[in-house]
Design a protein around this ligand. Structure first.
Ligand code: GLC
Length: 550
């Protein structure tokens, strides 16, 4: 019997994967930064939520210039997060509860404190040590002009000039992100071999997969040609084609190589690509059968709360990912974008990474935002494939807009001289207990970013007691999704509800989401889940419902 491409039984095809941003999840040491023990302590909460896997943002050794996405040692745990023994304990605790663990890997760049980069600085131009990174001579008579015009994703030039060991002004190195994050040269076999070793290090410890950072950026076009992005370009790509540092064909060879390493190990393990590419068809290139297993569906995340756009991106995603035998994935929030309880009520489009702050125009209405977020999530969990949840969205947390300037830590804020607020607003430590210090995040009340007073009302303990809470909604949706095997289902569109409605069947359910302003008459059925109150037999604006056949 032949299997249809989307009917495999591997766990990652249908999994709900919960993103832990360790520094903001739960702090047991009291320093105001979350840690791995904090994750272990809350494993029962995560099991009760009903997620299949956890993806942990980087906890490896790092000077934390970009919140851990600047790695100095890929095979150790940073002391602020704990030890390798803490990691092993967390992994065992998760596995004991049937929860898988996905580790974040950052292969595009290291920290400037990585031993290899320090050796490169000490070595001479043209040396083996320099060849692991992208060092180039500057232009102009005295080499004082950067090798090309590329800009960093975080703002400012993508090149920094070093001082050579003899004290003279020297070569330049490429950093697509912060100056503390030098890009590796992936054409160098030593770099390739080093990362095979990193994969095996974590696979040997028993991890179930990797989320691969900037999986569209590792290969740069030959000759490093100048490139000027369009004015309104998203900083991580996403809308532009033919960028000399995003989505170059050579990246796919790297993922084929990594896939072979993964297949040295028994069991189902997954590679998930963070690739901000324009549209589902291009994103699907990352998940061809000999490459990665999953790619984040950023085109879906970037879709506004508009029925026609949602229908289109869902149709395109199922076709594109299904066409290469991969599951579609669905994601609404992560640590790089404005939380969807705020983003979906923004009056203007907000590109990823730009953030919102006290002086932003068109601030989102929190009531509308939360209503839409609950509806959008209700819609999302009914879709076939795999879905991602970012810590705190199960509490309905909004973006924290009123962070004081002096508290901000995202390099985007510094590199743009405060012009772009950056991503701190979605990274504020999450509330567990409404009347405890730091809302239960940290025992003595410390918090690396200040938590707003409104977090008391979003705390998990308050929501535990409230069947109408967002936490209960997530639990209900995830339990029903599992029970009805919606992740493995087939979507069948329903017509006749009008332009502002997304309606479909999956797993014996009728799913209806109203993105418009007028209430919509519902078909008959038994309500299994609802994002908000219904009005008789009608579905109000910004509301979604799951109906079982009567
Ligand atoms: C990815 C991460 C982001 C980080 C960047 C550089 O986009 O998600 O947080 O700043 O890569 O590593």
């Amino acid at each position: 019997m032949t299997e249809s491409p989307r009917s495999g039984t591997e766990w990652w095809r249908t999994a709900v994967i919960y993103q832990i941003y360790p520094r903001s999840f739960a702090d047991t040491s009291g320093d105001g930064i979350g840690d791995l023990r904090g994750v272990t302590e809350h494993l029962d909460d995560l099991a009760a939520l009903g997620v299949d896997a956890l993806w942990l943002s980087p906890f490896q050794t790092s000077p934390q210039k970009d919140a851990g996405y600047d790695v100095a040692d890929y095979c150790d745990v940073d002391p602020i997060f704990g030890t390798l023994a803490d990691f092993d304990e967390m992994l065992a605790g998760a596995h004991a509860r049937g929860i898988r663990i996905i580790v974040d890997l950052v292969p595009n760049h290291s920290s400037d404190q990585h031993a290899w980069f320090q050796q490169a600085l000490a070595a001479a131009p043209g040396s083996r040590e320099r060849a692991r990174y992208m060092f180039r001579d500057g232009r102009g008579d005295d080499g004082s002009v950067p090798p090309n015009n590329w800009e960093s994703v975080f703002g400012g030039p993508a090149w920094s000039r070093i001082t050579e060991a003899d004290g003279t002004a020297g070569q330049w190195y490429l950093h697509l992100f912060d100056a503390s994050q030098p890009d590796f040269d992936w054409s160098n076999p030593e770099v390739q071999e080093m990362f095979r070793g990193v994969l095996r290090f974590w696979l040997d410890r028993g991890v179930d997969g990797f989320r691969v950072d900037v999986a569209h950026g590792l290969v740069k076009a030959d000759g490093l040609p100048d490139y000027t992005p369009p004015e309104d370009a998203a900083s991580m790509g996403g809308e532009e084609a033919d960028v000399p540092y995003w989505g170059q064909p050579g990246v796919h060879e790297i993922w084929r190589d990594w896939r072979r390493v993964m297949e040295e190990y028994d069991g189902d393990r997954a590679l998930c690509a963070e690739a901000w590419m324009p549209g589902p068809d291009i994103t699907a290139l990352w998940v061809r059968s000999d490459e990665m297993h999953q790619a984040f569906n950023f085109p879906y995340l970037e879709t506004a709360w508009r029925a026609a756009d949602l229908r289109e991106v869902i149709t395109d995603s199922l076709r594109a990912f299904g066409g290469v035998g991969a599951p579609a994935t669905w994601v609404l929030s992560n640590h790089d974008v404005v939380r969807h309880a705020s983003r979906l009520a923004l009056t203007a489009e907000n590109p990823q990474g730009a953030g919102i702050g006290p002086k932003s125009k068109g601030k989102p209405d929190p009531v509308v935002g939360l209503r839409r977020a609950r509806a959008a999530t209700t819609l999302m969990f009914a879709l076939p494939g795999s879905a991602y949840v970012y810590q705190g969205e199960e509490l309905g947390l909004p973006e924290v807009i009123d962070l004081p300037d002096e508290a901000r830590q995202d390099p985007t804020w510094f590199r743009t001289g405060g012009e772009r607020y950056g991503r701190d607003g979605c990274r504020v430590p999450i509330p567990w207990v409404s009347d405890a210090p730091a809302y239960g995040f940290s025992p003595e009340g410390a918090s690396w970013l200040p938590q707003p007073a409104e977090f008391a009302g979003f705390a998990r303990d308050v929501q535990e007691d409230d069947p109408d809470s967002t936490l209960w909604l997530y639990r209900t949706l995830l339990a029903e999704r599992r029970e009805r095997a919606l992740g493995a289902g087939e979507l069948e569109w329903l017509d006749g509800f009008g332009d502002d409605v997304v309606a479909f069947r999956n797993g014996g359910l009728t799913v209806v989401a109203n993105t418009g302003t007028d209430a919509v008459t519902l078909p008959s059925g038994v309500v299994v889940a609802q994002s908000g109150p219904l009005a008789g037999d009608t579905l109000p604006a910004d509301t979604a419902v799951w109906l079982a056949d009567a």
